[in-house]
Design a protein around this ligand. Structure first.
Ligand SMILES: NC(=O)c1ccc[n+]([C@@H]2O[C@H](COP(=O)([O-])OP(=O)(O)OC[C@H]3O[C@@H](n4cnc5c(N)ncnc54)[C@H](O)[C@@H]3O)[C@@H](O)[C@H]2O)c1
Ligand SMILES: [Zn+2]
Length: 351
């Protein structure tokens, strides 16, 4: 059992009694639980064991394609029909899609009602549930419509990870590796040496990772500066993820970020921030966990176009969050196109 005190709320890990106490403190007039088809099956029965309040379940199909405004309309209409008022509570039980969409629906319903996040994927436990970013995709753009608003509490239970498919676990693990690389060398060294995901101390590892994300987001909640370091691996990673999204072989977010981290570690080396040995250590560790998939960076011109169109860039310049050293990061580094192309070559090389 561990807890983390954020500015306006607390994150509890493996603490059902804190979950109970929080509900008693909130004393909602009514409770709504948002789930998707998988969390309804695998996680909801477990949550019900700890819920004495009567609750209305709102279930949506699983998947990023449903993280849109039409699904919000469905959720809002269920809240209206269910008589939700300003004292009602929404519990978001699911991965990042449920947390982002459910949080957005609650934070906008009647100008904002309280919500609790119960993240059930590794990715949402270490990333999506902290920092208050909420929203949905719009017109093909990820997270285009949304806001930043804090939950009443975040309750993480590592037991939920037992039913999580292995590839989803591996995808979330990429964010843990990223947190180590940008802020804590020891965490990176410890996590990157794992040969597989058996026998991990998930509670401790999630706690360490959350502390990193919390420290960064609290210093810069609106992403004016420091928070950008969390984008390490994500400039190349997002381009790879977007390009392959519509294909028959889409990548999970963390798989794309793993590719992005190798490419951006190369750029960190290229600007003189990390040594060749460190670069190869990062590359080899990531490839041993995620495999080597050169074909995903082959449409290099297309990937660069996508990066240029990213809302975080301006005047055709591509800005990166890079490693300052292993365990430290910097942001807003302008990188020329030829160096980015080199980073793709570095990734694709068989060494
Ligand atoms: N708000 C933020 O700061 C932030 C940060 C990172 C990512 N995100 C968002 O998070 C989303 C991705 O999150 P995700 O990877 O959790 O995706 P997800 O919510 O789609 O969950 C992945 C899959 O796992 C299933 N699942 C969830 N919990 C399960 C469990 N315990 N057992 C079995 N199956 C389970 C889901 O039904 C789904 O099919 C993206 O939309 C991304 O934009 C937000
Ligand atoms: Zn990410």
């Amino acid at each position: 059992m561990k807890s983390i005190l954020c500015k306006n709320y607390q994150i509890h890990i493996n603490n059902w009694s804190a979950f109970r106490k929080s509900l008693e403190k909130v004393r909602p007039s009514s409770v709504f639980i948002l789930v998707d088809e998988n969390t309804e099956k695998f996680c909801l029965p477990y949550l019900f064991e700890h819920l004495t309040e009567r609750a209305e379940v709102i279930s949506i199909p699983s998947g990023e394609v449903y993280k849109n405004i039409e699904t919000c309309q469905f959720v809002w209409s269920r809240l209206v029909k269910g008589g939700a008022d300003r004292q009602s509570l929404v519990i978001n039980l699911g991965g990042g899609v449920i947390g982002d969409l459910g949080g957005f629906c609650a934070a906008t319903y009647m100008r904002g009602i309280r919500f609790i996040q119960v993240p059930t994927t590794l990715l949402s436990q270490v990333d999506a549930s902290v920092g208050g970013k909420l929203g949905v995709d719009f017109m093909g753009y990820k997270n285009m419509v949304g806001l930043i608003s804090d939950p009443a509490g975040v309750f993480i239970f590592t037991d939920f990870l037992r039913t999580l498919p292995a590839d989803q676990f591996r995808s979330g693990y990429a964010e843990l590796l990223k947190h180590g690389l940008i802020a804590d060398r020891e965490t990176w060294e410890d996590l990157s040496k794992k040969k597989n995901f058996n026998g991990l101390d998930t509670e401790e590892m999630i706690y360490q990772s959350l502390m990193i994300k919390k420290t960064v987001t609290e210093q810069d909640p609106n992403e004016k500066g420091l928070r950008k370091i969390l984008n390490f691996g994500h400039t190349i990673g997002h381009a790879v993820e977007s390009y392959w999204m519509q294909s028959r072989t889409p990548l999970l977010h963390g798989e794309a970020i793993a590719i992005g981290m190798v490419g951006e570690a190369y750029l960190s080396y290229r600007v003189g921030n990390i040594s060749e040995n460190e670069l190869f250590d990062i590359r080899n560790s990531i490839l041993s966990l995620y495999g080597h998939h050169p074909r995903f960076v082959k449409p290099s011109g297309k990937l660069i176009e996508i990066m240029k169109a990213d809302k975080k860039n301006s005047n055709g310049h591509i800005k990166f969050a890079l490693l300052e050293s292993v365990g430290q990061a910097c942001y807003d580094v302008d990188i020329r196109q030829d160096a980015i192309e080199e980073s793709f070559i570095f990734y694709t090389q068989k060494l």
